[in-house]
Write a protein that binds this ligand. Structure first.
Ligand code: GDP
Ligand code: IMO
Ligand code: MG
Length: 429
């Protein structure tokens, strides 16, 4: 019996939320360990649709949800989300939601700076969610972040706010954006502190106790390997590490607790925001994938860019992300296509290359080399067993396994929780 860590292997929105919700029935505790409310996870359970950004998806199953120290927490967004899911019938109390007291906060200055910088970048904008994620992580590393535990110490908060404002107001003024007063931030914090502090605790200690009691932990990644600040398409990435190793440091547990690493991959590829995307389709097939897959960003509503499955990128994500097995999602979106292509290599400036380059110019110039297979006419939507899949769909899955050098251990065939095929239980590995 092991723990399981779920990570995205593409550019996000692979269906991590659906898979985490499904797996959560086998876990006791679900832990978010990086990212913030830039994430958007849609869970469909019967006629209920849950849209989660910060809250761990396991809460929908009535499991304990944990927000680890590696997450950047926007307290207002968190409270709005708690109110929304409470209205949908979920129970979120300090008993069911534990938030690390050493997690850094996202304050209104961070969103303002994120948006002002994006506007100033013009043609080179990243296409961020504008939610202050990057500036909040910068403050953490620069040692000027306000952390949740600071809210209990007014004297600490006082001098930390001075330091924070000196930095941010200088930047905001330089960018021609509105600056903030200390009173504004104090009022913001005074309003949320009484609601936030009761959730905060020493998460690392409780998780260690849980481990000793033999409880199963499911670590829920946000974003994906190609958005990882080190391993992704830098600078068109998010500001955290998204690989499985971070489940340990982002929640305060031993690296050996990470367990089985389940990489989530869509049966094709999507991306929101700017940046290189070798297999992007600008034609009718791309539009068809977008329409069938309802490919609109959960957080910003932007249409997602769509393209073929890129086996070279996923093979890399498997290696750097330490992926033990793959959950392949949205296979149903490919139903009825005459032909399906898979990217099996690249060409760069007329030369064949085996791996994705690191420099942004080269990443943008890379051309995919495709292998094309016949599609299938039957429907896979809603299939719950391998036997229900058409032979050609099985061939597609088997070819993907060969190319990415990892087994497909779960398959998802619709947004609905139970339309999932289990080949190997990751908790039993
Ligand atoms: P996440 O960010 O990785 O959790 O993914 P999102 O929730 O942002 O986006 C995935 C979208 O695809 C959601 O709207 C899901 O309801 C939906 N989805 C997940 N799995 C499947 C699937 O197998 N088939 C189809 N058609 N939709 C799926
Ligand atoms: P989930 O967890 C897809 C993208 C943004 C932008 C870049 C940087 O739902 O898979 P940021 O606001 O993080 O500084 O934006 O990262 N991005 C995501 N794209 N899914 C996500 O999360 C994302 N989180 C951030 O669109 O390109
Ligand atoms: Mg998403």
């Amino acid at each position: 019996m092991s723990n399981v860590t779920v990570i995205g292997t593409q550019w996000g929105d692979e269906g991590k939320g659906k898979i985490v919700d499904w797996l959560a029935s086998r876990a006791d505790i679900v832990v978010r360990f990086q990212g913030g409310h830039n994430a958007g996870h849609t869970l469909v359970v019967g006629d209920q649709v849950y849209k989660l950004s910060l809250l761990p998806s396991g809460l929908v199953r009535g499991k304990i949800g944990v927000i680890g120290n590696g997450v950047v927490v926007d307290p207002k967004a968190l409270m709005t989300e708690i109110d929304r899911v409470t209205a949908q019938g979920l129970v979120v109390t300090p008993e069911t939601l534990w938030i690390a007291e050493n997690a850094p906060l996202i304050l209104p200055v961070h969103g303002a700076l994120d948006r002002a910088r994006e506007a100033a970048r013009g043609d080179h904008k990243i296409g961020t969610t504008g939610r202050g994620i990057g500036p909040a992580y910068e403050d953490k590393v620069a040692r000027r972040a306000i952390r949740i535990c600071d809210l209990a110490e007014p004297e600490t908060l006082d001098w930390k706010l001075d330091e924070l404002l000196l930095h941010h107001n200088t930047l905001l003024a330089g960018l021609g954006a509105e600056t903030f007063t200390k009173e504004q931030l104090k009022d913001f914090l005074a309003e949320i502190t009484p609601r936030l502090l009761p959730f905060s605790c020493q998460v690392w200690d409780r998780l260690d106790e849980a481990r000793r009691a033999g409880r199963r932990i499911l670590f829920e990644g946000a974003q994906a390997v190609m958005l990882d600040v080190d391993h992704g398409t830098y600078p068109f990435v998010t500001s955290s590490n998204t690989v499985a190793a971070v489940a340990a440091s982002g929640s305060g547990v031993s690296p050996s607790s990470v367990g089985f690493v389940l990489g989530i991959a869509k049966a094709y590829t999507t991306r929101v925001g700017e940046g290189p995307f070798p297999t992007e389709l600008h034609d009718q097939t791309g539009r068809t994938l977008g329409e069938r897959g309802h490919e609109f960003g959960t957080v910003t509503g932007r249409p997602r860019r769509c393209g073929w499955f890129d086996a070279v990128l996923i093979r890399r994500a498997v290696r750097v992300g330490g992926v033990s097995g793959i959950a392949l999602t949205k296979l149903d979106v490919l139903d009825g296509l005459d032909e399906i292509s898979i990217c099996v290599g690249y060409e760069l400036d007329g030369q064949k290359i085996e791996t994705f380059p690191s420099a942004p110019g080269a990443q943008a110039r890379v051309k995919p080399v495709y292998e094309t297979m016949p599609g299938w006419k039957e429907t896979t939507a809603g299939a719950r067993s391998w036997a229900e899949l058409p032979a050609q769909a099985i061939k597609y899955v088997r070819r993907i396994e060969e190319l990415i050098e990892a087994p497909v251990t779960l398959l998802s065939t619709s947004p609905e929780r139970d339309d999932t095929i289990l080949m190997r239980d990751p908790f039993e590995d």
